[in-house]
Design a protein around this ligand. Structure first.
Ligand code: G4P
Length: 536
């Protein structure tokens, strides 16, 4: 980019960043993430027909089906971003792989967003996958907006759900809306900030935008009687308890604004979009380390982005690799030649794309907060930085605590070279963590994963791309802790545990369960054992 255009580009990027809202939905499978994604896009009028984003049986499908495995299971294991305009804002919804076999990618997505929407099924409350993802949000300092979904169906009491959130994850809920009518009899919501009533009207199959009727408290009381007075009383209880929105506490991760919704009927969907735009933070500066000094890459500085996910084999016609990068500063223009910080090499962005599901379109410009898909990105790995002009290198994405372990070996011993090459490649892409020890040797490394589906991806890719079919033998460990060189030998000599090394030289202790970890901590307080993020 020539220096004459720099001031204009800076102003552009700063202005564009301010209107970006980039978020992900964290939820347990079946809570309604796909339905809510559709409803949000529908409401923002990106698509006119519910069902065009994440297909389920019988609906028009654009769900990714790049890999046979996905096809067989009817699930999406890729992640990309859905972008839509909403009023003066641009909303980027970064997709999180949603199956219970979720993987490290699900966690990595959370390093590319500025806020999270925690979607909870009203009948089930907080479920395990939501809790795991919440811990990652907390570690990353992401503000969380909570949505209680499926209020059209019988469920828990609203106040009980608020207690559960506070008790189980320590976030103080500050409901913005409060339901009128119990779960299963969703009439509308009390807008707690104005005291108004928003009455919802059901439409056939929720196929169009649900009509909303706004009215004052008197009209609401006349219309809903005891349901309205109950909502008002409960809201007053919340107020007495200090459960009132405070922007600073929300951004600090101390409180969570709560909305009640029924994604399937489009109730509360408009409120969620408006809340995102009003309360979620815009794309802002990213921190990095400059020779030991903490620095920030301001959004108006020259282009930079970091890769949060690499997807291979998305298109079976062209065996390509797509790196998904989040723009952190500056204006991106397709065709720019940027620098790959980790290698110092130039990277041409001729093939940048906006990718969501199976839909791809060439992407010409992007700004902070946007997600770009870079095709033919053989050299890029999760955590890598790209930049223009002023060098920057963002810190690596934290690795997460694996919970599944298996020994990999080549099914055909004459393919040991391909085996090693493939395993190293998949390790560097972050498809799975590869652990080694002298004892196990190079031909039988331990694969460590957050979700068992990562093993299936390794198996499929080893065979298809490297011509080296593998055998996997599951190990009975479920726990990993970080340790160091000084403690490694002694830990390794203990019963029922094992110490292995990652390719970056760091040491991990694997143990069958938490109980074993506790006894080691008790018996050997002098040894180093530290929890890894999100699975402690
Ligand atoms: P996920 O992506 O989080 O896994 O959830 P998804 O949206 O696929 O929703 C899971 C099931 O819950 C779907 O039903 C969906 O229709 C239903 N659902 C989602 N939101 C609501 C809601 O607000 N109210 C009610 N009552 N149901 C909701 P399904 O029977 O599994 O699939 P489908 O045949 O209806 O598509």
């Amino acid at each position: 980019m020539s220096t004459d255009t720099a001031p204009a580009a800076t102003a552009d990027a700063t202005r564009e960043a301010a209107r970006r809202r980039t978020f992900a939905i964290i939820s347990h499978p079946d809570a309604g993430k796909s339905t809510m994604t559709e409803a949000l896009a529908l409401h923002a009028q990106v698509i006119n027909e519910a069902g065009a984003v994440h297909g389920k049986a019988g609906r028009r499908s654009t769900v990714s089906d790049w890999m046979d495995m996905e096809k067989a299971r009817g699930i999406s294991i890729t992640s990309a971003a859905l972008q839509f305009a909403f009023g003066d804002h641009v909303v980027n919804l970064v997709d999180t792989p949603g199956h219970s076999d979720f993987s490290e990618d699900t966690y990595r997505v959370l390093s590319a967003v500025d806020a999270a929407v925690m979607l909870i099924d009203a009948a089930k409350g907080l479920e395990p996958q939501t809790l795991k993802l919440f811990r990652v949000c907390k570690a990353r300092g992401l503000p969380v907006i909570t949505v209680i979904n499926k209020w059209d169906r019988p469920g828990l009491e609203a106040l009980a759900l608020m207690d559960e959130i506070y008790r189980d994850i320590g976030l103080q809920p500050t409901p913005l809306t409060w339901p009128v009518g119990i779960a299963g009899d969703f009439k509308g919501v009390l807008e707690r900030r104005t005291g108004e009533y928003v009455a919802y009207t059901r439409t056939a199959g929720g196929a169009t935008r649900a009509p909303e009727e706004w009215m004052d408290a008197d009209a609401a009381a006349a219309r809903e009687g005891v349901d309205w007075s109950t909502a008002v009383e409960e809201s007053e209880l919340l107020e007495a308890d200090g459960a009132t929105h405070d922007q600073e506490l929300f951004l600090d991760g101390i409180t969570t604004p709560v909305l009640f919704a029924s994604a399937i009927s489009n109730f509360g969907v408009a409120a969620l979009l408006e809340t995102l735009v009003e309360l979620a933070p815009p794309a802002a500066a990213f921190a990095y380390d400059k020779g030991g000094t903490p620095e920030r890459r301001e959004v108006g500085e020259p282009f930079s982005a970091f890769v949060f996910k690499v997807q291979a084999g998305m298109d079976t016609q062209h065996r390509d690799r797509v790196a998904f990068a989040r723009v952190t500063s500056g204006a991106f223009e397709r065709g720019m030649v940027v620098t790959h910080a980790q290698t110092g090499r130039p990277f041409a962005t001729k093939y940048a794309q906006a990718i969501f599901g199976r839909e791809r379109s060439a992407l010409d410009t992007a700004y902070p907060g946007d997600i770009i898909g870079l095709v033919n990105a053989g050299a890029l790995k999760p955590g890598d930085t790209l930049y223009l002009d002023a060098p920057v290198e963002f810190p690596p994405i934290a690795t997460f605590a694996p919970e599944h372990f298996a020994v990999a070996s080549s099914a055909d011993t004459s393919k040991s070279k391909q085996f090693r090459k493939g395993i190293d490649q998949l390790d560097s892409e972050g498809v799975v963590q590869v652990l080694r020890s002298d004892l196990r040797g190079n031909q039988s490394p331990v694969l460590a994963a957050v979700g068992p589906m990562q093993f299936e991806v390794v198996q499929a890719r080893m065979e298809a791309e490297f011509g080296a079919a593998i055998r996997l033998e599951t190990l009975s460990y479920t726990q990993a802790r970080r340790t160091d060189a000084a403690s490694a030998a002694e830990l390794d000599s203990l019963r029922s545990v094992e110490v292995l090394q990652r390719n970056d030289g760091s040491y991990l202790l694997l143990a069958p369960d938490k109980w074993r970890i506790s006894t080691i901590e008790r018996d050997h307080p002098e040894l180093t054992l530290e929890p890894l993020l999100a699975g402690e």
